[in-house]
Design a binder for this molecule. Structure first.
Ligand code: MHO
Length: 217
């Protein structure tokens, strides 16, 4: 289930974290994802008591396969960050950088984005990454959890909560099941994910139903 490759972290606040979990999970080069809370001052936030924290996605990626720029590209194309909508802190648009290079790249991309949208004011903030508090088990790989039998057959039920935050298979399926990545990419890696024929057909049905559609929360 778990993959041991050197990785870098990227952390984004971009609205409800269920959809960003799926969006990034199915990208090639993303090794695992975790949803959680960050950016605030309250110790040990929980979903029902977030304090001043924001829902965030933490992405572990192999920079040889996927560049930080590509992750940023997905960030800019998949959430709300214009000044015309009022966004609460829980869903704030934030790039949390993990090193100077990410900081610089993020700042440049925000400038470019602002230029391209000259009639809007981008409210996205760029902060140094701070403590990441993993969200409750029932939020991890939320879309996969909707498929109870598949998840339990693969040992990926919330009762195996640690795996839900670390498993490569869970990360990928959580995206594929809502159509991210598409059927071609899914079929290319389905067997290496350890799925049997029945499971492949089961997941493929959902991939096909959902591919090309938008993500909702
Ligand atoms: N509409 C969803 C948002 C969940 S999200 C993880 C709900 O109210 O449950 O913020």
């Amino acid at each position: 289930h778990e993959i041991e490759t050197q990785f870098e972290k990227a952390t984004f606040g971009m609205g409800c974290f269920w959809s960003s979990d799926s969006l990034y999970g199915a990208q090639k080069g993303v090794l695992r994802t975790k949803v959680g809370y960050s950016g605030g001052s309250l110790d040990n936030p929980v979903y029902r008591n977030l304090g001043d924290h924001t829902e965030v996605i933490e992405i572990h990626y192999d920079p040889k396969t996927i560049a930080f720029e590509k992750l940023l590209n997905l960030f800019w194309n998949n959430h709300e960050y214009g000044l015309t909508t009022k966004i609460k802190k829980q869903y704030a648009s934030i790039i949390f950088y993990h090193n100077d290079e990410q900081k610089e790249t993020a700042e440049k991309s925000r400038e470019a984005e602002q230029k391209a949208r000259s009639n809007e004011t981008i409210i996205t903030q760029i902060f140094k990454a701070s403590t990441f508090y993993p969200a409750e088990d029932y939020h991890q790989k939320y879309r996969l959890q909707a498929h109870k039998k598949l998840a339990s057959d693969l040992g990926l039920s919330p009762t195996s909560s640690k795996l839900l935050q670390t498993s490569y298979v869970a990360t990928k399926l959580n995206g594929y099941l809502v159509g991210v990545g598409g059927s071609k990419q899914f079929l290319e890696e389905a067997e290496s994910l350890g799925l049997n024929d029945k499971q492949i057909q089961y997941v493929l049905k959902y991939v096909k139903e959902n591919e090309g559609g938008g993500l909702s929360c």
